[in-house]
Design a protein around this ligand. Structure first.
Ligand code: PLP
Length: 449
């Protein structure tokens, strides 16, 4: 897929048209009754289909953020709508912690069947990603009898207290909320583009592993008291950072040496997004526990902790639970979504993702502000920099995100200065081409200012 030099796709409204009058009125009503959340730009959705979204004033947008990497099958996929309708007429909810229901069992069976490695796994359904991480932390402590947990700088795992304590991507997520969960430590994520600890570019994995083993373990955090290390196989909110080659394997070995559980947070990178079912599959390793959410519900709120059976079985009845986990309606949709992931979505992400990435890389020759294009499958980050210093340009990333909205393209930033592309996994090559064209127009408008 070549990156377009002359515009092929028309934008049938002017930047000054958005937000339109209906959107402006709704934004004002929202501000009166909803707690402030820091919306990034004034998109007010009216309806959507596949990778396209229309706002309340009739403007069309191409969706490269999918409700923050959620809508794996796109908006309103007919098979998911059908599954929801069928289930709604039977029953919606019966409290999976207390009673049995077939949609929950089917969704768990499907999820377990999609775990590689032929081991036995068990599932605990949650309502969100953060709750999946809480379940992982609790199981790790319970199963090992150890208390401490290690996360990574730049990581994002959610905003409830256990997950927030591991989250280390932006100070404003923590300001006003201390103290955090005791027994939590952080290590350096092996970012090959910006090597931590002054590491040479070709030794990032070794440097970051050695920090854990030679500094953390020998000073503040004895390994025999560490229950688990929690890591995103691609850092999401931290900037779509793919770990340096060899790091994940080294981490697995380090965990094995010290009897520490390895937890992969696949909330953003899982369910086909990277062109494999799970991000860790690119690394040739197996975690002990996996956290999933986002894409798993195809747009409905669900998460899951998937643990090696011998660990999950350690929980006694009543050790953990919730009210909505295993909700019949959502599990029916999740089962259908997982079928779609298995049949076509993962393969499509593996096919279209590299084409989208290559087209974005092509833009680097036109825009020295593009410092790095990285990612796997349809999880792609474009880091924007000040070409003179090489430093990340946070203001430019924000400006491009907003200008893209005005050019009919929905993207979100992540990390310090990265624009992320995490579209529905149904994305076609033509839609990818249109997205790159609109992105280039937005970037051009911003760097010309
Ligand atoms: N883990 C990762 C990797 C995430 O990206 C997120 C959300 O962005 C979470 C956990 C938290 O998920 P949720 O917002 O559903 O609580």
């Amino acid at each position: 897929m070549a990156s377009p030099s002359t515009p092929k796709y028309t934008i049938d409204y002017m930047p000054s048209d958005v937000p339109g009058p209906k959107a402006r009125a709704l934004v004002e009503r929202d501000g009166r009754v909803l707690a402030p959340m820091g919306r990034v730009y004034p998109l007010v959705i009216d309806h959507a289909s596949g990778c396209e979204v229309w706002d309340v004033d009739g403007h069309r947008y191409l969706d490269m953020c999918a409700g923050i990497a959620v809508l794996a099958a796109g908006h309103s996929h007919p098979r998911l709508v059908q599954a929801a309708q069928d289930q709604l007429t039977r029953f919606t909810h019966m409290a999976g912690t207390d009673f049995y229901n077939e949609p929950m069992i089917k969704a768990a069976e499907k999820l377990v069947s999609l775990m590689p490695g032929g081991q036995d796994w068990q599932v605990f359904f949650t309502n969100s990603g953060t709750e999946a991480i809480e379940a992982c932390i609790k199981l790790a402590r319970y199963a090992t009898g150890r208390q401490n947990i290690i996360g990574f700088y730049g990581g994002f795992h959610g905003r409830t207290y256990g997950s927030l304590t591991l989250t280390a991507s932006k100070p404003r997520q923590r300001i006003g909320f201390f103290p955090m969960l005791p027994g939590s430590f952080h290590a350096f994520y092996p970012n090959p583009y910006r090597p931590p600890l002054g590491s040479p570019a070709d030794r990032v994995a070794e440097t970051c592993l050695s920090f854990i083993e030679q500094t953390l373990f020998t000073t503040t955090c004895p390994p025999e008291e560490v229950a688990a290390i929690v890591i995103e196989p691609i850092q999401g909110e931290g900037g779509y950072v793919v770990p340096a080659p060899g790091f994940m394997q080294g981490l697995r070995e380090l965990c094995d040496r010290h009897g520490i559980l390895l937890i992969c947070d696949e909330v953003q990178s899982g369910v086909g997004r990277t062109g494999k079912m799970w991000g860790f599959e690119h690394e040739g390793i197996m975690p002990d526990i996996v956290a999933s959410a986002k894409g798993l519900g195809g747009g409905l709120p669900i998460g899951a902790m998937i643990a090696r059976e011998e660990l999950a079985r350690k929980w006694q009845p009543g050790s953990h639970g919730n009210t909505y986990g295993g909700n019949g309606l959502i599990c029916a949709v999740t089962h259908e979504l997982l079928c779609l992931v298995e049949e076509e979505l993962t393969a499509n992400a593996a096919a279209v993702g590299p084409q989208l990435k290559a087209a974005l890389e092509d833009l680097q020759s036109r825009f020295p502000q593009i410092g790095s294009v990285r990612g796997r499958g349809l999880m792609i980050g474009v880091e924007l920099i000040d070409p003179a210093s090489g430093e990340g340009d946070h203001d430019l990333a924000d400006a491009v995100m907003e200008e893209a909205f005005r050019k009919g393209l929905l993207v979100l930033t992540c990390g310090h200065s990265t624009i992320r592309f995490c579209p529905p996994l149904t994305l076609t090559v033509e839609q990818a081409e249109e997205a790159v064209e609109r992105f280039a127009l937005a970037l051009e408008a911003c760097v010309a200012k």
